[in-house]
Write a protein that binds this ligand. Structure first.
Ligand code: AMP
Ligand code: GLY
Length: 447
């Protein structure tokens, strides 16, 4: 039976969502629109999520606390947003307690939490990616550099809050980075490092909802990782995104399904580590075809905000079938509940605190969200925000707001998002003015 609105058991679903970022605000907002859902509880949540349902003050990596809360709330579905609780085994624990969980096991989540594991699986399953080597000793790592031309790509094996990848321009820089990483720059996360071939090309993010066997492909999205205009400045978690990304046409998508996603899902299942949840496939569109840059075990942020705002249909049935199993052969039915063929072009621009991704100030006032949301098609998702003693909204993190707009085409979506941004009063914040430059330039030159 395919779960949809009107089905008696389902119209009072109680959901527990883990996380507090813009990604999770978007998920909470979207799930809360489902006619199947009665309540979305969030933990720890943020002021935006607090307007949707109750929030609980437990950290997303306190998995004992989260397990206890889940036993109290007895949700019909648990949705895990960030990577940290996945890597710590929250999904395994809650499944062992009999809950339906959207999110991979700790073993499967190693596709994100260990780059060495991820690269080894890609090699096992013949999935195209950059050539690489894996090292614990500096002398061997330095010798391996001779295999490649500069720039050199160096990656800490473990989770390093999005900072574990360094692209070194020359050999001297690469060698000093090797020394820094192996002597603990990222603690245990860089006890081992990966050196890989630099792949030229355009990046695109693909999100696959899966129960381990079946797969639903959401529209591709593009993120902007650098802090400043012109793709300059340090890498961030992501300063803006849009979907669909025209670079990934139907032919490319079919090749990626056949050469990358199907072998990964089949290989993981065959090896006893079925992957359940959302598989984030970070791709480089190289002259030789699409290759994997990385896998993540969660939705991207801010790609998720663009995807949730752009989806016309109900996401809850798809999340639930990924948690319970039984998707294979039923994909078309779930795609039609998601109304994938009616996805609205969506633009998302992030407002961050001055200084991000380095040290930034906290406590600055934020006004004008309601005015921004009066623009047609605009939703402002919150991330690093809080309320002060008087209940006024203030900044409390690096990335603070994600101003998201849907329209009939991407150009209009960006125009609307940028008009809405002008109504937000956040003196301590900044944002990029050129989010979507690839698609915007292209659509202007087509006229
Ligand atoms: P990762 O955390 O592996 O996604 O890497 C962070 C960013 O570094 C990616 O989004 C790319 O922009 C860049 N990057 C990582 N690996 C490569 C590579 N082999 N070639 C070119 N760029 C890369
Ligand atoms: N936006 C990139 C990420 O979520 O990793």
């Amino acid at each position: 039976m395919i779960l949809q609105a009107g089905c008696a058991k389902s119209s009072s679903m109680n959901i527990l969502l883990i996380g507090s970022g813009g990604r999770e605000h978007a998920l909470a907002w979207k799930m809360n629109q489902s006619p199947l859902v009665d309540i979305v509880h969030s933990v720890p949540g943020n002021p935006g999520m607090d307007e949707i349902g109750p929030c609980f003050d437990i950290s997303a990596d306190d998995i004992d606390g989260l397990e206890k809360l889940t036993l109290q709330i007895e949700p019909d579905l648990v949705v895990i947003g960030p990577e940290a609780p996945l890597a710590l085994g929250l999904a395994d624990r809650l499944r062992a307690r009999g809950f339906d969980v959207f999110g991979p096991s700790a073993e499967a989540a190693q596709l994100e939490s260990s780059k060495a594991f991820s690269k080894a699986r890609m090699a096992d399953y013949g999935v195209p990616t950059a050539r690489y080597g894996c090292f614990q000793r500096a002398d061997a790592a330095k010798a391996f550099l001779s295999q490649f031309e500069p720039p050199y790509v160096l990656k800490a094996d473990g989770l390093a809050a999005g900072k574990g990848v360094v692209i070194a321009k020359n050999r001297t820089e690469a060698e000093s980075e090797i020394d820094a990483m192996l002597s603990g720059k990222f603690g245990a996360a860089s006890k081992e490092l990966i050196i890989e071939e630099f792949m030229p090309g355009e990046e695109v993010s693909l999100f696959v909802l899966t129960d381990g066997e079946g797969a639903i492909y959401l529209p591709a999205a593009q993120d902007h990782k650098r802090a400043f205009d012109g793709d300059t400045g340090p890498n961030t978690g992501g300063m803006g995104a849009y979907a669909p990304a025209p670079i990934l046409d139907a032919i490319c998508l079919n090749e990626i399904k056949t050469a990358i996603v199907t072998p990964m899902l089949e290989g993981m299942a065959r090896d006893g580590r079925p992957y359940q949840g959302v598989l984030y496939v970070g791709l480089m569109m190289t002259p030789e075809g699409a290759k994997v840059v990385e896998f993540n075990a969660r939705f991207g942020d801010p790609e998720c905000q663009a995807l949730m705002a752009g989806l016309s249909g109900d996401i809850v049935p798809a999340l639930l079938i990924c948690a319970t199993g039984g998707l294979k052969g039923q994909e078309a039915a779930y795609e039609s509940l998601l109304e994938l063929d009616q996805f609205h072009p969506t633009a998302c621009v992030v407002m961050a605190s001055q200084g991000y991704p380095g040290a930034y100030t906290k406590g600055g006032a934020i006004k004008g969200i309601q005015a921004a949301e009066r623009h047609k098609g605009v939703k402002v998702f919150q991330a690093g925000s809080d309320k002060d003693a008087e209940g006024k909204l203030i900044a409390n993190g690096g990335r603070v707001l994600a101003v998201t707009a849907t329209a009939d085409n991407l150009d209009d979506a960006f125009d609307t998002a940028y008009s809405a941004l002008e109504t937000i009063d956040f003196p301590d914040g900044f944002y990029r003015l050129d989010i979507g430059w690839r698609v915007r330039r292209q659509s202007h030159s087509d006229r």
